[in-house]
Design a protein around this ligand. Structure first.
Ligand SMILES: [Cu+2]
Length: 292
């Protein structure tokens, strides 16, 4: 009898967990060794118009329906403050609904052992007030401005030569020639199209790199003084990050990514050391910080 009474409340609550409102937002989440990708179709026309990494962005007070997938091994998506865990399994799509009442930055961690850098495969959910979320969508669907200073322009040339074989900046392809143009749409099949040698055929889309607060699987900050993001901070969050770009973190990454996090580039997992000169690194970083 007692169990029957408890079951009424229990079953009710369990059914509600999967309920979503009509204005829910759909986001595809893809686990990779060792970072998370997020894809949005903001105008619901069946075409992906935003591809970003490390940080899932959503508005407060609205359901977000995640479709969780993987491109390599089994990962598990978990934002403890927002919902339970859900496995990311190659060849399958698992749904999970998130809803956050309060703006803030919510921390998460991959919770299924997925190889070398599993322990540092982090992610964040940035929850924005609804009007700030619109600002974010606007920024993410507007091409970044072309670099104007000489150092950044030189960096863009190096980027086309050395980086576009793995990373997309919407509109820049390997062998592209100046003056470069940025297309508005990201390409979900970019890796396949450029013949990427990566095991997952995929690297983070960098078109709006500086719109995130962290990079490299949320291991390093993209802005100075934002290290308080290591813990979930509820209360406020900005659509467009402000502050000084953490150029030293970007330089560290480009000098040798494997120094920052364990990867297996010999097996085409992760980003290899490209043997860049300090001059090239300065140029590349001057370019990367324009990607906003
Ligand atoms: Cu993982």
């Amino acid at each position: 009898m007692i169990l029957a009474v408890i079951a009424v409340f229990n079953v009710n609550a369990i059914l509600k967990l999967d309920e979503v409102s009509d204005d829910a937002i759909d986001v595809t989440v893809i686990g990779q060794q060792w970072w998370w990708e997020f894809r949005y179709d903001t105008d619901d026309d069946g075409v992906v118009d935003i591809i970003t990494a490390s940080q899932l962005v959503m508005p407060a007070g609205r359901d977000v329906r995640l479709q969780i997938q993987s491109r390599d091994v089994i990962h598990s998506f978990w934002i403890p403050a927002l919902n339970g865990k859900k496995d990311a399994v190659p060849g399958r799509t698992h749904p999970l609904v998130l809803e956050a009442a309060e703006p803030g930055i919510y921390q998460g961690q991959c919770t299924e052992f997925c190889g070398l850098s599993h322990g540092v495969m982090r992610m964040q959910v940035k929850v924005l007030p609804p009007e700030e979320y619109d600002v974010w969508i606007d920024a993410m669907t507007t091409p970044p401005e072309q670099p104007t200073d000489e150092l950044a322009k030189a960096g863009q040339d190096v980027f086309v030569q050395q980086c576009t074989s793995c990373h997309q900046v919407n509109g820049l392809e390997p062998g592209a020639e100046a003056p470069y143009g940025y297309a508005r749409l990201p390409n979900p099949d970019y890796g396949e199209d450029v013949g990427s040698t990566l095991a997952s055929k995929n690297a983070p889309n960098l078109t709006h790199l500086m719109m995130r607060d962290t990079f490299a699987g949320s291991l390093l900050d993209l802005y100075e003084g934002s290290s308080d993001f290591v813990e979930t901070t509820v209360g406020s969050a900005e659509a467009v990050p402000s502050g000084e770009p953490a150029v030293n973190n970007l330089k560290r990454w480009l000098r040798n990514p494997e120094d920052v996090k364990p990867m297996n580039p010999e097996n085409n997992q992760g980003m290899p050391d490209l043997g860049l000169s300090e001059q090239q690194i300065d140029e590349l970083v001057a370019y990367l910080v324009t990607l906003k």
